[in-house]
Design a protein around this ligand. Sequence first.
Ligand SMILES: *Cc1c(COP(=O)(O)O)cnc(C)c1O
Length: 353
Amino acid sequence: MKQILLNPGPVTLSERVRQALLRPDLCHREPEFAALQARIRERLLAVYDLDPAEWAAILLTCSGTGAVEAMLATLAPDAHALAVLENGVYGERLSTIAKAYGIAHQPLRHAWGAPLDLEAISRVRATRLAVVHHETTTGRLNALDVLARETAGSGAGLLVDAVSSFGAEAIEFADWRLDACAATANKCLHGVPGVSFVIARRAALAAARPRGVYFNLAQYCAAQDAGTTPFTQSVQVCYALDEALAEFFEQGGWRSRRDCYRRRAAMVRDGLATLGIEPLLREGETSCVLSSFRLPRGLSYATLHDTLKAAGITIYAGQGELSRTMFRVAVMGALSEDDLRLLLERCRALLPR
Ligand SMILES: *Cc1c(COP(=O)(O)O)cnc(C)c1O
């Protein structure tokens, strides 16, 4: 049975990406791997038309959190000069990472799902702001354009967790004053979990005082620029990412992917609305990638999840307090309209008429 993954990564793979996992065994110290790694790094920069003289894509064998950790461990400033914007689980994780590395920082806490309080943020004195782009906890797309504008006076650079937006939402690297963003193979890029990456401004890397060993981005970048890598890479997962990127560009790049996700999300939202199931956030506040919905009265998440799972469909629970009242549907991956129609049919069958 086809597995229809509507969780926020890993995603349903296309057949060509799955087949890429079966390419020949290869040592990560051989020239064939150097060529593969170089191509992936170029293609990652090409997703948002970035100039390789100014930007570097750094490939890491780890999940998305590893890339976020590497970004902060390498690029966070010391002495309370880092402000962390929190409005969900992943924003809070940025602070958890900073704390684990002993990085003195200023957390700016918001309720989960709340919009960023720009007035409060613009009063903070910081040289760098760490923020999540798409806060997957609720589906809120944080307005980084407005954030960058409102904090322009400080000139603070942004360290962005773009794990669940890279490849499907607009990211204006220059206009938003990004110093770096972290993302992964297995969300909007439709690869396999196991490799993630950071896109960093070369000037920021050159000035960095890295704190980590495995997560030292300056070391990775120097090695990868020289055609090698400090530690063993997940070779097969890199094959799959390379293929996923080829497919991504053939399908028209990030704008096409955003349009595709928007169509899928509208189909899910409209279909669930006819069943009386309402979204948590308004349309303009939500990413194209994932929407949160309120569980209808009398239907538990367990019943909804298990019924859909029996039909080959995986949805996602709310996190923490939200697990009792909410569920999430992501629309990434090699999905068809029939897959989404099946979702809506099975939901309809569950609800009393
Ligand atoms: C998925 C996700 C992560 C990383 O999760 P991993 O399980 O480490 O891959 C980080 N931030 C956001 C916003 C995410 O959606």
